[in-house]
Ligand binder design. Sequence first.
Ligand code: FES
Length: 101
Amino acid sequence: MTAELPTFTLTFEGRPLTARPGQSVAAALTDAGIRAWRATRGEGAPRGLFCGIGVCYDCLITVDGRPAQRACLVPAAEGMALTGAPPPLPRPSGADEGNAS
Ligand code: FES
């Protein structure tokens, strides 16, 4: 017989997730089947866990209202409220054409 590990609850976009002590936010999201929680500004490509060691910044997420937290480094905690980045804004026309004047 194995002992059950204690769990706690946090939310992502209002959806309850279960996590275990010692898990990072990224691990809790991945365990819940959530692989992407933000999109790139330019193309809107989905982003989530990539390096898993705090180097690439792909996993940025808002934690309890604090934006740009690395999900792979932040320990999951009871009652934590996670939100992904908002959808990217459309680029103004000519934004990539440089300054021609
Ligand atoms: S996954 Fe690379 S910094 Fe978090």
